[in-house]
Design a protein around this ligand. Sequence first.
Ligand SMILES: [Mg+2]
Length: 267
Amino acid sequence: MIENSSLWVVSDVDGTLMDHSYDLTPAKETIKFLQKLSIPVILCTSKTAAEVKVIRKQLNLTDPYIVENGAAIYGESLKKVNGEIILGEKYEILENILRSISNEINYDLQPLNNISDQQATELTGLKGYALELMRDRHWSMPFLNPPETMEEEIKISCKKFNVEIFRGNRMSHMLSINSNKGKAINALKQYSNNSNIQIIGLGDSPNDLPLLLNSDYKIVIPSPNGPNLNLLEKLKDYKYTLASYPNGFGWKSEINKLINKLVLSKQ
Ligand SMILES: [Mg+2]
């Protein structure tokens, strides 16, 4: 139960807990070890609830999970709120906003859900049923990365519509300004009514910035080609740890080190 634990692991999934071939093996053992210590592992991802359900099952996780980049939190144990906390705006509304922004900037921003199966597979590596799970989206709007040179213009337009855009490694996400990964962590903290929670946060890309800024221990996970430099630039005024290994291997090694320091050395 998250309410009874004063240490939480909050982790991004893609590129952090697993690599882009979706391998969870390196993290599995560490998750078991955390469960033995009753430390919750809260997945915090841009993925949909439908996608995370599959991963939770593979990892035997029962803790609450944050989906769609912080737009919604679900979990059987969130009994006081009937299993869900919604921070985001409805997909249909976000779709209209994306269209309005496209008109303003004179560039057609493409929702991820509108591209063909083949294009989606090329972009995400997902196929068949996994694509259906990815498209089961309710509270956020992923879209194809526009040219980086348009970023400023898009940002200005977003302000008018009370939305924010996070550029990921493979796609961008539009969210209501009331939702992001950090806001979701705070909502979950508030729900748990425990003011002494320490958070180990792990992420790999700029959409994890709110997650890391709301974590007491900030861990950046590199890809096999190195860390996301944009994220490191945004973190330069903060204390953070760059994992020594990529993806799940970095995840495993940094968590083990921290748990040894924070928990086991004190027992
Ligand atoms: Mg990621």
